[in-house]
Design a protein. Structure first.
Length: 396
């Protein structure tokens, strides 16, 4: 039996209570809209799929000054490894921190709620119907909610439902071990073990952190356990999470009519790392503001395009460049990676440390690839695409 009450009618319904959806809800509610957030899990911020790495500058751009309990750790350096080589980047100038995503998401939820948004957990959407200019959103249990706008922030599952299958499996364990250094992120490239991606260690404190792997057609569980064994005991696994990631860039259109897509569901995660706190969060903010204007003026056709235009203006070129750089990296085998790493100079590392921007990776990646060996490999691997790639890289 289903229910449909006027009290179940809203100006906007957000499907998904993660970063992008909550920011959209915050922006709409702050303009007086009646907003409902439907989160399928039992708690905002759970399960914690994300590594939680973000810059303080990015958080400021999102309008968040995190409380002390939200910050797990500050990152001072990153060690990047291949099978045979490694180098270190000083990240102090980039003001990188690791946040507790459960606390962080709850902080945004509190901002949204304090501005008037309603948030319901354990509310899994099982059907959406659009008729007579109204969305009817049915959740498990039979309740139906109505709204003029529907904001889809349900993550990678939305992309899968659209038939986009190029999803990468990943796994991340929360681990306690003495070999985790408090202020050091590690990234491990191995084209055989983690094709198309890498393994990582993100510290959340001294002797504790998040250890993860991702790659095309891998078994994350097997590779994670093998990775931990290679690092040596003692270690304890506190939590295990497996989730697919999307690294193929933004997926347009960001809206159709009054159905708006944000965050992971719109492919607003970095093609290099699949991180999306800042890029997806800004997607939610731009979407929420555009919807609020559209609602206030009753001009969806006029105002909703501002969301897509503003996001692409800020991140579009960066994502296009990162996709190009990813295309290069995915062609490299372990021998090629070792060669490239062996040619990275101390002056290159100093330039990245001084001028690198955590929120915009293309500058730093270009420095890594700007070696004679890399250029020769590009020519050998990519043939006729070589000239276009060099031309595009010159614009960074």
């Amino acid at each position: 039996m289903t229910t449909l009450l006027e009290s179940n009618s809203f100006d906007a319904i957000v499907g998904g209570g993660s970063v992008s959806g909550l920011f959209a809800a915050r922006e709409m509610a702050s303009k007086g809209m009646k907003v409902l957030v439907l989160e399928e899990d039992h708690e905002i911020g759970t399960p914690e799929h994300c590594g939680g790495v973000v810059s303080q500058k990015g958080l400021e751009g999102l309008g968040i000054i995190p409380r002390i309990k939200t910050i797990d750790n500050e990152i001072k350096r990153a060690i990047i490894r291949t099978k045979e080589k490694s180098f270190e980047v000083n990240s102090t100038n980039q003001r990188v921190i690791v946040i507790d995503r459960r606390s962080f998401d709850k902080e945004i939820a509190f901002q949204a709620q304090s501005r008037g948004a309603e948030i319901n957990t354990r509310s899994s959407i099982i059907g959406t119907l659009y008729e007579n200019n109204v969305f009817k959103i049915k959740i498990k249990g039979g309740t139906i909610y109505k709204s003029k706008y529907f904001i889809d922030a349900r993550g990678v599952g939305t992309l899968v439902n659209k038939g986009l299958r190029n999803i990468i499996p990943s796994g991340q364990y929360e681990v306690y071990s003495p070999w985790i250094e408090k202020d050091t992120i590690e990234v491990i490239f191995d084209a055989e073990l983690y094709p198309g991606f890498f393994a990582w260690i993100i510290p959340t404190g001294e002797g504790k952190g998040k250890v993860g792997v991702a790659g095309r057609n891998i078994n994350p569980k097997v590779l994670l356990e093998s990775f931990l064994e290679s690092r040596g005991k003692p270690y304890s696994i506190i939590r295990k999470i497996y989730a697919p990631i999307w690294i193929n860039g933004y997926v347009k259109p960001f809206f159709t009519g009054t159905n708006v897509v944000v965050g992971d569901a719109a492919g607003q995660t970095k093609p290099t790392t699949a991180g999306g706190i800042y890029t997806g969060g800004m997607g939610g903010i731009y979407a929420g503001r555009a919807i609020a204007l559209s609602h206030l003026e009753d001009e969806a056709v006029k105002y909703l395009p501002q969301y897509e235009q503003k996001w692409l203006s800020k991140f579009g070129k960066e994502f296009d460049r990162l996709l190009l750089l990813r295309k290069i990296l995915e062609r490299l085998d372990n021998k090629s990676l070792d060669k490239i790493f062996s040619e990275i100079s101390s002056s290159t590392l100093e330039k990245i440390s001084d001028k690198g921007d955590f929120d915009f990776h293309s500058f730093s990646l270009k420095q890594f690839l700007n070696t004679k060996t890399t250029l020769n490999l590009l020519y050998a691997f990519m043939g006729n695409e070589y000239r276009k790639i060099i031309k595009d890289l010159s614009k960074i």
